[in-house]
Write a protein that binds this ligand. Sequence first.
Ligand SMILES: C[S@@+](CC[C@H](N)C(=O)[O-])C[C@H]1O[C@@H](n2cnc3c(N)ncnc32)[C@H](O)[C@@H]1O
Length: 272
Amino acid sequence: MREILAGTIARFRKDLGLTQEMLAERLGITFQAVSKWETNQTVPDTVLLPKLAQALGVSVDKLLGYSAFGGDVSFYESDYKKDEYFWGVQPSVMCLKILETMPPTRPMKILDIGCGEGKDAVFLARCGYDVSAFDISEAGLEKTKRLADKARVNVRTFRANLCDYRLDENYDILFSSGTLHYIKPELRDEIMANYKLHATGMVAFHVFVKKPFIGLPPDDNIKNYHPWKSGELFTFFHDWVIDSCTEHIFDCNSSGVPHRHAANRLFARKEV
Ligand SMILES: C[S@@+](CC[C@H](N)C(=O)[O-])C[C@H]1O[C@@H](n2cnc3c(N)ncnc32)[C@H](O)[C@@H]1O
């Protein structure tokens, strides 16, 4: 929590083009106090939080890194409200690779980032992992819980916007399939640094990448869609062991309009 708050104060201050001195002046405190918050040496007094949030133009929730939905609803919300599972219930092939690389021979914590309706999170829980999962979609999380109940396993779900949420606990494995291209490019450095810090074993990420011969998907929320450059994800993990990093092109019909995606799958292990 402290680490998240330190990051959000600095980020929202810079977004507004404020120096530490300018923010301090608005709050009637010293700039050293702001500097200490941002370097996680101290935390703001609770009574100051509403005023601080107001000075930064955000809600207290957003400052604490919890929600910050700002009216944002998943593009898939209405599809997830239907009874059938939009993405099906078969796990991604990535789950099998996780089983091969880091089988749950001891208690192992996984976080599924952008879990959708939970097909992968529930499969991994059935395999014996201790699974947490988040998504911006309330309907997706409801379906994840229903799928977990049906399989009689537990998946800890919570709603969060991956652009605002920062990890403050460690996971053996971070997993994300088809979601990390919703991170705004200017947040990638910070979010990947946060993920690297809190992944103690491995990351398994599947992201969409830009190719000149692949058009924008017809069914996506273009405003929030930020495909990665080829190799970009790899560079964030250059100091880890890269188990595999592959690209593939696949057909998709998610909107009823046939189209193609280019995607990158990365499996990287932290060696300690
Ligand atoms: C293509 S779906 C993949 C879902 C799931 N991982 C799967 O493979 O079935 C992308 C998911 O990202 C979620 N999403 C989009 N933007 C998000 C954000 N800013 N924060 C968290 N989740 C987001 C959507 O709600 C959706 O469930």
